[in-house]
Write a protein that binds this ligand. Structure first.
Ligand code: AGP
Length: 592
């Protein structure tokens, strides 16, 4: 969360690099934005509440400077106000931050006793004040940053300007992502490579507890032994093409439209040579237990993954939310594999779990979309979902690629078979769904005060994902329940007209779910049935019905979620919501 950009190089480029970089990074947070740059020896700061374009309106005349930093914020400490927006400044320093300083309150009290006065509610201001405090004593910028890192607890990626060195950006990192982009007599600092990809594809990864100085012609990075470390310059292979809307009204719509091809490509890469495909994966035969750990939609994909792996590999699987897993008892076993699922590869809780289980010596496999992200780099094995750059906060194509990745693992390590014809059929079914809109259901749901989703097993996992999608972009209160669980409490909320969206695609338990649906119908629910064509009988008593055409059982989840994603999109559209950047959210959740 929060996006950081920095540039040192040519006078006439700083403004555009900072503003374009912030626009590219806006998916990391968008409640306020700011920049700091040198106006001769002095630091100038501009900051504004709201999205990056609101910041542009503050720039009255072109900024001509060799060096600057910028920030787009997702508030952790203090409301989204101009005062709380970054950069923060004390003494000769201006600083932008992504992360959370956990001991900020204690440090603030001490600094207040030393005479510092604070203007914001942020933990970041405490960090810059402490940096200034060290600098006043030792007059050495790098040493002050080192001292700062020794005192801070928590996560941070910092980009820092100091008035005593107007040709450099200083940086420091712990647990929040930070890279340095390498150009020709110009350097960039950013939260991720795509933010600067239109400028350079060469970059250096800054590791935890490293700090340093970035000049236009060189980078010096140090570890906590205060030794300079040599850094490898890497090349980013991706392109920015998938980061454009290509005429679609929203990134979410464009990304949904890409889903059939994302799956087609994934299946093709597997089918071309299944042995080569599984070459870099762990040997599943050696594991007796699997833990799947993830957050949000990736967790929901993991729930479907559990079904695939248990049913076809016969290995018991536990699925956990990363934010819970990291604080629960870890039962370490050498024959256990831990699978971390993440689109961004930067999610703080998932990353923390990865490091934790590696400390216990367990094997780890990351199912990740963003190439070269922290989780991908650290895990023992990586399976890239190759869904392309995903911009909309609400994940669609990356989620579906995660589900497909689990299916491919099941196919690769078991005798289960899937026919090419089945995959081709899925492609057609998905394309058809992407053309369909359910205006009557949209009208019915747009004003509902609460909506229930129900299902069992895989259908429950789909119900959870559909409910999350609806909540996050349309702000409608909805929740998903295991269908059999309703009568243990939740059914008391069902009244005349309460919308219940029921997912029924698993033939093994369809009858049971149908009984649960009848129970809510009997209590007045407005039932929207999502049912596979094989199971579709005369359910005239349902209020609405979406039928999933015949698809192989293995592929069913990859078809069922599409109309539900589209429904969430259409409802959010009807309500006039900010679909790609919903309230209070960010694409990459890099704080705990
Ligand atoms: C999904 O629409 C959400 N935006 C969110 O739940 C997301 O899946 C979650 O934050 C995990 O992110 P990751 O896949 O990047 O780790």
């Amino acid at each position: 969360m929060c996006g950081i950009i920095g540039y040192v190089g040519k006078k006439d480029k700083t403004q555009s690099v900072l503003m374009d970089g912030l626009t590219n990074l806006e998916y990391r947070g968008y409640d306020s934005a700011g920049i700091a740059y040198f106006d001769s020896q002095n630091i100038e700061i501009l900051k504004q509440k709201g999205k990056v374009h609101t910041l542009s309106s503050l720039i009255e005349k072109p900024i001509s400077t060799c060096c600057g930093i910028g920030h787009t914020r997702w508030a952790t400490h203090g409301k989204p106000t101009i005062l709380n927006a970054h950069p923060h400044q004390h003494g000769k320093f201006a600083l932008v931050h992504n992360g959370i300083i956990e001991n900020a309150d204690v440090l603030k009290t001490k600094l207040s006793e030393e005479g510092y006065q604070f203007y914001s509610d942020t933990d970041t201001e405490v960090a810059v004040a402490l940096l200034d405090c060290f600098y006043q004593r030792n007059h050495d910028i790098l040493l002050s940053i080192y001292e700062l890192m020794k005192r801070l607890e928590g996560s941070y990626a910092f980009a820092i300007l100091c008035e005593d060195d107007p040709d450099s950006i200083y940086i420091a990192k712990n647990e929040s992502p930070l890279i340095v982009g390498v150009g020709n007599l110009e350097m960039y600092v950013a939260s991720d490579v795509p933010a600067i990809l239109q400028e350079t594809s060469k970059y250096i990864i800054i590791e935890d507890m490293e700090y340093g100085k970035v000049e236009k012609d060189g980078v010096h990075i140090y570890n906590m032994e205060q030794e300079e470390v040599s850094k490898e310059i890497l090349t980013f292979e991706g392109t920015m093409d998938s980061a454009k809307k290509n005429g679609y009204a929203h990134f979410m719509l464009k990304e949904m439209m890409e889903e059939p091809d994302v799956l087609k490509n994934l299946f093709q890469s597997y089918w071309k040579d299944p042995d080569a495909w599984k070459k870099n994966l762990p040997d599943f035969e050696k594991y007796r237990e699997i833990d799947i750990v993830a957050c949000g939609s990736a967790y929901h994909a993991g729930m479907i993954g559990k079904c695939y792996l248990e049913n076809y590999l016969g290995i018991p699987v536990a699925v956990s939310l990363a934010s819970e897993y990291r604080y629960q008892s870890i039962f370490s076993r050498q024959d256990k594999l831990v699978i971390l699922v993440s689109q961004s590869g930067e999610t703080a809780d998932t990353l923390a779990c990865l490091k934790l289980v590696q400390d216990y010596g367990m094997d780890t496999l990351a199912i990740v979309n963003v190439v070269g992200s922290s989780i991908a780099r650290i895990a023992d094995y990586v399976l890239y979902t190759n869904a392309g750059y995903e911009i909309a906060v609400a994940t669609t194509k990356a989620y579906i690629a995660q589900v497909a990745s689990f299916l491919l693992i099941a196919l690769a390590f078991s005798k289960t078979h899937l026919e090419l014809e089945d995959v081709k059929n899925l492609y057609v079914v998905q394309k058809q769904f992407l053309e369909k809109h359910y205006s009557e259901i949209v009208n019915q749901l747009s004003d509902a005060s609460r909506i229930f989703f129900i299902g069992r097993q895989v259908d429950y996992a789909i119900a959870m994902e559909a409910s999350l999608k609806l909540k996050e972009i349309s702000y409608l209160m909805s929740d998903a329940y295991a269908a059999g669980e309703l009568k243990h409490g939740t059914i008391s909320l069902i009244q005349e007209g309460t919308p219940v969206i029921a997912v029924v695609t698993d033939p093994n338990i369809a009858e049971k779910t149908i009984s649960n649906i009848k129970e809510v119908k009997a209590r007045g629910a407005y039932v929207i049935l999502i049912i596979s064509s094989q199971l579709d009988e005369s359910f005239d008593w349902c209020d609405q019905k979406i039928v999933i055409p015949k698809v192989s059982t293995l592929l069913m989840p990859l078809a069922t979620i599409l109309p539900l994603q589209m429904l969430a999109y259409d409802i959010a559209l009807a309500k006039g919501c900010d679909i790609d950047q919903p309230r209070n959210l960010a694409k990459s959740v890099t704080v705990e």
